[in-house]
Design a protein around this ligand. Structure first.
Ligand code: NAD
Ligand code: AHE
Ligand code: ZN
Ligand code: ZN
Length: 369
Protein backbone atom coordinates (compact mmCIF):
# COMPACT_ATOMS: atom_id res chain seq x y z
CA UNK A 1 0.00 0.00 0.00
CA UNK A 2 0.93 3.69 -0.17
CA UNK A 3 1.10 5.88 2.91
CA UNK A 4 2.37 9.33 3.83
CA UNK A 5 5.51 9.61 5.95
CA UNK A 6 8.07 12.14 7.15
CA UNK A 7 11.33 10.66 5.87
CA UNK A 8 14.73 11.49 7.40
CA UNK A 9 17.14 11.06 4.48
CA UNK A 10 20.19 12.54 6.20
CA UNK A 11 21.35 13.56 9.66
CA UNK A 12 20.82 17.23 10.37
CA UNK A 13 18.45 17.80 7.43
CA UNK A 14 14.70 18.57 7.66
CA UNK A 15 12.32 15.63 7.20
CA UNK A 16 10.62 15.25 3.82
CA UNK A 17 6.87 14.60 3.75
CA UNK A 18 6.09 12.20 0.95
CA UNK A 19 4.22 9.13 -0.20
CA UNK A 20 6.08 5.88 0.54
CA UNK A 21 5.44 2.20 -0.08
CA UNK A 22 4.48 -0.03 2.82
CA UNK A 23 4.34 -3.82 2.59
CA UNK A 24 1.60 -5.61 4.58
CA UNK A 25 2.17 -7.50 7.84
CA UNK A 26 4.04 -10.81 7.75
CA UNK A 27 3.91 -13.61 10.36
CA UNK A 28 3.47 -12.17 13.88
CA UNK A 29 3.15 -8.59 12.55
CA UNK A 30 0.41 -5.96 12.64
CA UNK A 31 -0.47 -3.04 10.35
CA UNK A 32 -1.45 0.07 12.34
CA UNK A 33 -2.94 3.36 11.19
CA UNK A 34 -1.24 6.03 13.32
CA UNK A 35 -3.71 8.73 14.39
CA UNK A 36 -1.36 10.92 16.46
CA UNK A 37 2.29 11.03 17.52
CA UNK A 38 4.32 13.06 19.98
CA UNK A 39 7.75 14.43 19.10
CA UNK A 40 10.32 13.42 21.74
CA UNK A 41 13.82 14.81 22.19
CA UNK A 42 15.16 11.35 21.28
CA UNK A 43 13.80 11.82 17.73
CA UNK A 44 15.80 15.08 17.54
CA UNK A 45 18.85 13.33 19.01
CA UNK A 46 18.83 10.65 16.32
CA UNK A 47 18.13 13.19 13.57
CA UNK A 48 21.11 15.26 14.80
CA UNK A 49 23.50 12.41 13.97
CA UNK A 50 24.61 11.88 17.61
CA UNK A 51 22.96 8.44 17.94
CA UNK A 52 25.47 5.62 17.37
CA UNK A 53 22.55 3.48 16.18
CA UNK A 54 21.16 6.23 13.94
CA UNK A 55 21.01 5.05 10.32
CA UNK A 56 19.40 6.75 7.33
CA UNK A 57 17.13 6.97 5.42
CA UNK A 58 14.64 6.25 8.15
CA UNK A 59 11.14 7.09 9.37
CA UNK A 60 11.46 8.51 12.90
CA UNK A 61 8.80 8.80 15.64
CA UNK A 62 8.19 6.49 18.60
CA UNK A 63 5.39 8.13 20.64
CA UNK A 64 2.21 7.19 18.79
CA UNK A 65 -1.32 5.88 19.08
CA UNK A 66 -3.54 4.35 16.43
CA UNK A 67 -5.87 1.63 15.19
CA UNK A 68 -5.06 -1.90 14.02
CA UNK A 69 -5.91 -2.28 10.31
CA UNK A 70 -4.73 -5.80 9.56
CA UNK A 71 -2.97 -8.65 11.35
CA UNK A 72 -0.51 -11.14 9.89
CA UNK A 73 -0.59 -14.92 10.29
CA UNK A 74 -0.22 -16.17 13.87
CA UNK A 75 -1.28 -12.92 15.57
CA UNK A 76 -3.63 -13.82 18.43
CA UNK A 77 -3.78 -10.88 20.85
CA UNK A 78 -4.96 -8.16 18.44
CA UNK A 79 -7.61 -7.74 15.73
CA UNK A 80 -8.58 -5.02 13.24
CA UNK A 81 -10.23 -2.08 15.01
CA UNK A 82 -8.27 -2.43 18.28
CA UNK A 83 -6.75 0.79 19.61
CA UNK A 84 -3.05 0.49 20.32
CA UNK A 85 0.10 2.29 21.47
CA UNK A 86 3.37 1.22 19.79
CA UNK A 87 6.15 0.11 22.16
CA UNK A 88 9.84 0.73 21.53
CA UNK A 89 10.41 -1.57 24.50
CA UNK A 90 8.37 -4.66 23.57
CA UNK A 91 7.07 -7.23 26.04
CA UNK A 92 7.24 -10.77 24.67
CA UNK A 93 6.56 -12.31 28.12
CA UNK A 94 8.84 -15.26 27.38
CA UNK A 95 12.47 -14.11 26.97
CA UNK A 96 15.02 -14.31 29.78
CA UNK A 97 14.55 -10.57 30.42
CA UNK A 98 10.75 -10.61 30.48
CA UNK A 99 10.90 -13.51 32.93
CA UNK A 100 13.18 -11.56 35.29
CA UNK A 101 11.23 -9.10 37.47
CA UNK A 102 14.34 -6.91 37.78
CA UNK A 103 14.07 -5.47 34.24
CA UNK A 104 11.63 -4.29 31.57
CA UNK A 105 14.22 -4.58 28.78
CA UNK A 106 12.70 -7.37 26.63
CA UNK A 107 15.49 -8.47 24.29
CA UNK A 108 13.45 -10.68 21.94
CA UNK A 109 13.85 -8.34 18.92
CA UNK A 110 16.41 -5.78 20.22
CA UNK A 111 19.17 -6.50 17.69
CA UNK A 112 17.05 -6.21 14.52
CA UNK A 113 15.16 -3.25 16.00
CA UNK A 114 18.49 -1.45 16.54
CA UNK A 115 19.32 -2.03 12.86
CA UNK A 116 16.05 -0.45 11.73
CA UNK A 117 14.60 -3.79 10.66
CA UNK A 118 11.64 -5.99 11.48
CA UNK A 119 12.48 -9.23 13.39
CA UNK A 120 13.00 -11.17 10.12
CA UNK A 121 15.75 -8.72 9.14
CA UNK A 122 13.85 -6.84 6.43
CA UNK A 123 12.02 -3.50 6.21
CA UNK A 124 8.38 -2.98 5.24
CA UNK A 125 9.03 0.62 4.07
CA UNK A 126 10.51 1.69 0.73
CA UNK A 127 10.48 4.58 -1.73
CA UNK A 128 11.08 4.02 -5.45
CA UNK A 129 12.63 0.66 -4.59
CA UNK A 130 15.02 2.16 -1.98
CA UNK A 131 14.71 0.65 1.53
CA UNK A 132 13.61 3.05 4.27
CA UNK A 133 14.50 1.94 7.80
CA UNK A 134 12.13 1.51 10.73
CA UNK A 135 13.01 3.53 13.86
CA UNK A 136 12.93 2.16 17.42
CA UNK A 137 10.57 -0.48 16.07
CA UNK A 138 7.82 2.14 15.75
CA UNK A 139 8.19 4.76 12.92
CA UNK A 140 5.16 6.74 14.06
CA UNK A 141 5.99 9.62 11.69
CA UNK A 142 4.28 7.47 9.04
CA UNK A 143 0.49 7.45 8.76
CA UNK A 144 0.63 3.64 8.57
CA UNK A 145 3.31 1.41 10.02
CA UNK A 146 3.96 -2.28 10.65
CA UNK A 147 5.04 -3.57 14.07
CA UNK A 148 5.55 -6.93 15.73
CA UNK A 149 2.56 -8.01 17.84
CA UNK A 150 4.77 -7.92 20.98
CA UNK A 151 5.44 -4.21 20.35
CA UNK A 152 1.82 -3.09 20.72
CA UNK A 153 -0.13 -2.31 23.88
CA UNK A 154 -3.89 -2.69 23.43
CA UNK A 155 -5.70 0.25 25.04
CA UNK A 156 -9.32 1.21 25.71
CA UNK A 157 -11.18 2.65 22.71
CA UNK A 158 -12.51 5.80 24.44
CA UNK A 159 -9.04 7.28 25.08
CA UNK A 160 -8.20 10.27 22.81
CA UNK A 161 -5.29 9.45 20.47
CA UNK A 162 -3.88 12.99 20.47
CA UNK A 163 -3.41 12.80 24.26
CA UNK A 164 -2.54 9.19 25.04
CA UNK A 165 0.10 8.97 22.30
CA UNK A 166 2.34 10.75 24.84
CA UNK A 167 2.08 7.63 27.06
CA UNK A 168 4.05 5.88 24.30
CA UNK A 169 7.20 7.53 25.69
CA UNK A 170 7.33 10.74 27.77
CA UNK A 171 4.57 10.16 30.31
CA UNK A 172 5.52 6.56 31.01
CA UNK A 173 9.25 7.33 31.09
CA UNK A 174 8.90 10.16 33.61
CA UNK A 175 6.22 8.73 35.90
CA UNK A 176 7.61 5.19 35.56
CA UNK A 177 11.13 6.32 36.53
CA UNK A 178 9.67 7.47 39.87
CA UNK A 179 7.27 4.56 40.47
CA UNK A 180 8.94 1.54 38.85
CA UNK A 181 12.70 2.31 38.73
CA UNK A 182 13.42 4.51 41.77
CA UNK A 183 10.38 3.42 43.80
CA UNK A 184 10.42 6.84 45.50
CA UNK A 185 8.92 6.75 49.01
CA UNK A 186 6.49 9.37 50.35
CA UNK A 187 8.37 12.16 52.14
CA UNK A 188 11.48 11.89 49.92
CA UNK A 189 13.36 14.92 48.65
CA UNK A 190 13.57 14.74 44.86
CA UNK A 191 15.70 16.79 42.45
CA UNK A 192 14.86 16.87 38.73
CA UNK A 193 17.43 18.14 36.19
CA UNK A 194 15.64 19.27 33.01
CA UNK A 195 12.00 20.40 33.01
CA UNK A 196 11.00 19.25 29.52
CA UNK A 197 8.59 16.62 28.30
CA UNK A 198 10.24 13.97 30.52
CA UNK A 199 11.26 15.98 33.58
CA UNK A 200 7.77 17.40 34.12
CA UNK A 201 6.42 13.86 34.19
CA UNK A 202 9.05 12.96 36.80
CA UNK A 203 7.74 15.91 38.82
CA UNK A 204 4.16 14.70 38.33
CA UNK A 205 5.21 11.19 39.48
CA UNK A 206 7.02 12.57 42.53
CA UNK A 207 3.91 14.47 43.56
CA UNK A 208 1.80 11.35 43.00
CA UNK A 209 3.87 9.34 45.50
CA UNK A 210 3.86 12.14 48.09
CA UNK A 211 7.42 13.46 47.81
CA UNK A 212 8.40 16.23 50.23
CA UNK A 213 10.65 18.71 48.37
CA UNK A 214 10.55 18.55 44.57
CA UNK A 215 13.41 20.69 43.26
CA UNK A 216 13.49 21.49 39.54
CA UNK A 217 16.72 22.53 37.76
CA UNK A 218 16.59 24.21 34.35
CA UNK A 219 18.39 27.00 32.48
CA UNK A 220 15.12 28.08 30.86
CA UNK A 221 13.19 30.25 33.36
CA UNK A 222 10.04 29.86 31.26
CA UNK A 223 9.76 26.26 32.56
CA UNK A 224 9.23 27.40 36.13
CA UNK A 225 5.51 28.16 35.98
CA UNK A 226 4.38 24.87 34.47
CA UNK A 227 6.75 22.91 36.73
CA UNK A 228 5.17 24.53 39.82
CA UNK A 229 1.73 23.62 38.44
CA UNK A 230 2.85 19.98 38.27
CA UNK A 231 4.24 19.89 41.82
CA UNK A 232 7.72 21.49 41.82
CA UNK A 233 8.30 23.16 45.19
CA UNK A 234 11.69 24.85 44.51
CA UNK A 235 13.33 26.09 41.29
CA UNK A 236 17.07 26.31 40.63
CA UNK A 237 18.37 28.13 37.56
CA UNK A 238 22.09 27.24 37.34
CA UNK A 239 22.68 30.50 35.45
CA UNK A 240 21.54 32.46 38.49
CA UNK A 241 23.44 30.51 41.16
CA UNK A 242 26.63 32.06 42.44
CA UNK A 243 29.19 29.30 42.84
CA UNK A 244 28.58 25.61 42.87
CA UNK A 245 25.14 24.19 41.87
CA UNK A 246 25.83 20.93 43.75
CA UNK A 247 26.59 22.76 47.01
CA UNK A 248 23.49 24.90 46.53
CA UNK A 249 21.21 21.86 46.11
CA UNK A 250 22.80 19.97 49.03
CA UNK A 251 22.17 22.98 51.26
CA UNK A 252 18.63 23.52 49.93
CA UNK A 253 17.66 19.89 50.61
CA UNK A 254 19.33 19.75 54.02
CA UNK A 255 22.00 17.21 53.05
CA UNK A 256 21.20 16.15 49.49
CA UNK A 257 18.53 14.51 47.37
CA UNK A 258 17.07 11.15 48.30
CA UNK A 259 16.50 10.73 44.57
CA UNK A 260 17.70 12.82 41.62
CA UNK A 261 16.74 12.40 37.96
CA UNK A 262 18.75 13.57 34.95
CA UNK A 263 16.31 14.35 32.13
CA UNK A 264 18.58 16.21 29.69
CA UNK A 265 21.28 13.90 28.31
CA UNK A 266 24.25 16.02 29.47
CA UNK A 267 27.11 14.03 31.01
CA UNK A 268 28.36 17.00 33.09
CA UNK A 269 24.90 17.30 34.63
CA UNK A 270 24.80 13.55 35.26
CA UNK A 271 27.83 14.08 37.49
CA UNK A 272 26.20 17.02 39.29
CA UNK A 273 22.97 15.04 39.71
CA UNK A 274 24.89 12.21 41.40
CA UNK A 275 26.97 14.48 43.60
CA UNK A 276 23.92 16.40 44.88
CA UNK A 277 22.51 13.09 46.23
CA UNK A 278 22.48 12.47 49.98
CA UNK A 279 25.54 10.73 51.39
CA UNK A 280 24.76 7.15 52.42
CA UNK A 281 21.67 6.52 50.30
CA UNK A 282 20.88 9.11 47.58
CA UNK A 283 20.19 7.66 44.13
CA UNK A 284 20.59 9.28 40.71
CA UNK A 285 18.35 7.86 37.98
CA UNK A 286 19.72 8.70 34.51
CA UNK A 287 16.98 9.16 31.91
CA UNK A 288 18.71 11.51 29.44
CA UNK A 289 20.36 9.99 26.38
CA UNK A 290 23.93 11.16 25.68
CA UNK A 291 25.58 11.25 22.27
CA UNK A 292 28.09 8.83 20.78
CA UNK A 293 31.47 8.91 22.49
CA UNK A 294 30.30 10.73 25.61
CA UNK A 295 31.13 9.24 29.00
CA UNK A 296 30.22 9.88 32.62
CA UNK A 297 32.77 10.52 35.36
CA UNK A 298 32.83 10.99 39.11
CA UNK A 299 35.13 10.14 41.99
CA UNK A 300 34.48 6.52 42.99
CA UNK A 301 34.39 7.92 46.55
CA UNK A 302 30.90 9.23 45.70
CA UNK A 303 29.73 5.62 45.35
CA UNK A 304 31.89 4.30 48.20
CA UNK A 305 30.03 6.74 50.43
CA UNK A 306 26.67 5.32 49.49
CA UNK A 307 25.39 7.28 46.51
CA UNK A 308 23.92 5.09 43.77
CA UNK A 309 24.11 5.56 40.00
CA UNK A 310 21.18 3.99 38.06
CA UNK A 311 19.45 4.39 34.72
CA UNK A 312 16.06 3.68 33.24
CA UNK A 313 14.56 3.02 29.80
CA UNK A 314 10.83 3.61 29.26
CA UNK A 315 10.55 4.25 33.01
CA UNK A 316 11.01 0.58 33.82
CA UNK A 317 7.52 -0.06 32.43
CA UNK A 318 6.45 -3.35 30.84
CA UNK A 319 4.53 -1.92 27.95
CA UNK A 320 1.74 -4.40 27.23
CA UNK A 321 0.98 -4.67 30.94
CA UNK A 322 1.59 -1.14 32.26
CA UNK A 323 0.63 1.14 29.33
CA UNK A 324 -3.11 0.23 29.42
CA UNK A 325 -3.06 0.96 33.20
CA UNK A 326 -1.44 4.36 32.64
CA UNK A 327 -4.10 5.15 30.02
CA UNK A 328 -6.67 4.36 32.75
CA UNK A 329 -4.91 6.75 35.16
CA UNK A 330 -5.26 9.49 32.54
CA UNK A 331 -8.92 8.69 31.84
CA UNK A 332 -9.60 8.68 35.62
CA UNK A 333 -7.93 12.12 35.99
CA UNK A 334 -5.17 10.73 38.18
CA UNK A 335 -2.49 12.19 35.91
CA UNK A 336 -2.45 15.34 33.79
CA UNK A 337 -1.39 15.03 30.18
CA UNK A 338 -3.43 17.83 28.58
CA UNK A 339 -1.43 20.73 30.03
CA UNK A 340 1.89 19.28 28.84
CA UNK A 341 0.75 19.14 25.21
CA UNK A 342 1.47 22.72 24.27
CA UNK A 343 1.20 22.34 20.49
CA UNK A 344 -0.98 20.19 18.20
CA UNK A 345 0.13 20.38 14.56
CA UNK A 346 -0.75 18.57 11.36
CA UNK A 347 1.75 15.81 10.53
CA UNK A 348 3.10 17.85 7.60
CA UNK A 349 4.46 20.42 10.10
CA UNK A 350 6.81 17.96 11.80
CA UNK A 351 9.85 20.16 11.13
CA UNK A 352 8.15 23.03 12.93
CA UNK A 353 7.66 20.75 15.95
CA UNK A 354 11.45 20.21 16.06
CA UNK A 355 12.02 23.98 15.78
CA UNK A 356 9.65 24.62 18.71
CA UNK A 357 11.56 22.04 20.79
CA UNK A 358 14.97 23.50 19.94
CA UNK A 359 13.78 27.02 20.75
CA UNK A 360 12.49 25.79 24.14
CA UNK A 361 8.95 26.97 23.30
CA UNK A 362 7.09 23.67 23.55
CA UNK A 363 6.78 21.00 26.20
CA UNK A 364 5.27 18.40 23.90
CA UNK A 365 4.18 18.86 20.31
CA UNK A 366 1.73 16.29 19.00
CA UNK A 367 1.25 15.67 15.28
CA UNK A 368 -2.13 14.52 14.02
CA UNK A 369 -2.92 12.75 10.74
P1 NAD B 1 13.17 18.43 26.24
O1 NAD B 1 13.95 19.08 25.17
O2 NAD B 1 11.69 18.54 26.25
O3 NAD B 1 13.68 18.92 27.68
C1 NAD B 1 15.02 19.14 28.03
C2 NAD B 1 15.06 20.22 29.12
O4 NAD B 1 16.40 20.34 29.58
C3 NAD B 1 14.62 21.61 28.63
O5 NAD B 1 13.66 22.15 29.51
C4 NAD B 1 15.93 22.41 28.64
O6 NAD B 1 15.72 23.78 28.93
C5 NAD B 1 16.68 21.72 29.76
N1 NAD B 1 18.14 21.91 29.68
C6 NAD B 1 18.93 21.82 28.58
N2 NAD B 1 20.21 22.05 28.89
C7 NAD B 1 20.25 22.30 30.22
C8 NAD B 1 21.29 22.60 31.16
N3 NAD B 1 22.57 22.69 30.76
N4 NAD B 1 20.97 22.77 32.46
C9 NAD B 1 19.67 22.68 32.87
N5 NAD B 1 18.64 22.42 32.02
C10 NAD B 1 18.93 22.21 30.73
O7 NAD B 1 13.58 16.88 26.18
P2 NAD B 1 12.72 15.61 26.68
O8 NAD B 1 11.83 15.14 25.60
O9 NAD B 1 12.19 15.92 28.03
O10 NAD B 1 13.91 14.52 26.81
C11 NAD B 1 14.90 14.67 27.81
C12 NAD B 1 15.98 13.61 27.66
O11 NAD B 1 15.45 12.33 27.98
C13 NAD B 1 16.57 13.48 26.26
O12 NAD B 1 17.94 13.19 26.39
C14 NAD B 1 15.83 12.27 25.70
O13 NAD B 1 16.57 11.66 24.67
C15 NAD B 1 15.76 11.41 26.93
N6 NAD B 1 14.74 10.36 26.98
C16 NAD B 1 15.09 9.17 27.54
C17 NAD B 1 14.15 8.16 27.69
C18 NAD B 1 14.53 6.87 28.34
O14 NAD B 1 13.77 5.91 28.24
N7 NAD B 1 15.66 6.78 29.02
C19 NAD B 1 12.85 8.36 27.24
C20 NAD B 1 12.51 9.59 26.68
C21 NAD B 1 13.47 10.59 26.56
N1 AHE C 1 20.38 4.36 20.26
C1 AHE C 1 20.96 5.00 21.41
C2 AHE C 1 20.21 4.61 22.67
C3 AHE C 1 19.06 5.49 22.88
C4 AHE C 1 18.34 5.09 24.16
O1 AHE C 1 18.94 4.93 25.22
N2 AHE C 1 17.04 4.92 24.03
C5 AHE C 1 16.20 4.63 25.18
C6 AHE C 1 14.84 5.14 24.86
S1 AHE C 1 14.81 6.88 24.58
C7 AHE C 1 13.18 7.16 24.26
O2 AHE C 1 12.98 8.48 24.02
C8 AHE C 1 16.07 3.12 25.40
O3 AHE C 1 15.01 2.54 25.43
N3 AHE C 1 17.19 2.50 25.62
C9 AHE C 1 17.26 1.07 25.80
C10 AHE C 1 17.56 0.39 24.50
O4 AHE C 1 17.63 -0.84 24.48
O5 AHE C 1 17.75 1.11 23.48
C11 AHE C 1 22.41 4.61 21.59
O6 AHE C 1 23.08 5.31 22.35
O7 AHE C 1 22.84 3.64 20.94
ZN1 ZN D 1 11.04 9.25 23.61
ZN1 ZN E 1 10.81 -10.47 26.21
Amino acid sequence: MKTVAAVAYQAGKPLEIEEVDLEGPREGEVLVEIKATGVCHTDAYTLSGADPEGAFPTILGHEGAGIVQEVGPGVTSLKPGDHVIPLYTPECRECEYCLNPKTNLCQKIRSTQGQGMMPDGSSRFSKNGQTLLHYMGCSTFANHTVLPEISLAKIRSDAPFEKVCYIGCGVTTGIGAVLFTAKVEAGSNVVVFGLGGIGLNVIQGARLVGANMIVGVDVNPAKQEIARQFGMTHFVNPKEIEGDVVGHIVELTGGGADYSFECIGNVELMRQALECCHKGWGELIIIGVAGAGQEIATRPFQLVTGRVWKGTAFGGARGRTDVPRIVDWYMDNKINIDDLITHVLPHAQVNEAFDLMHRGESIRSVLTY
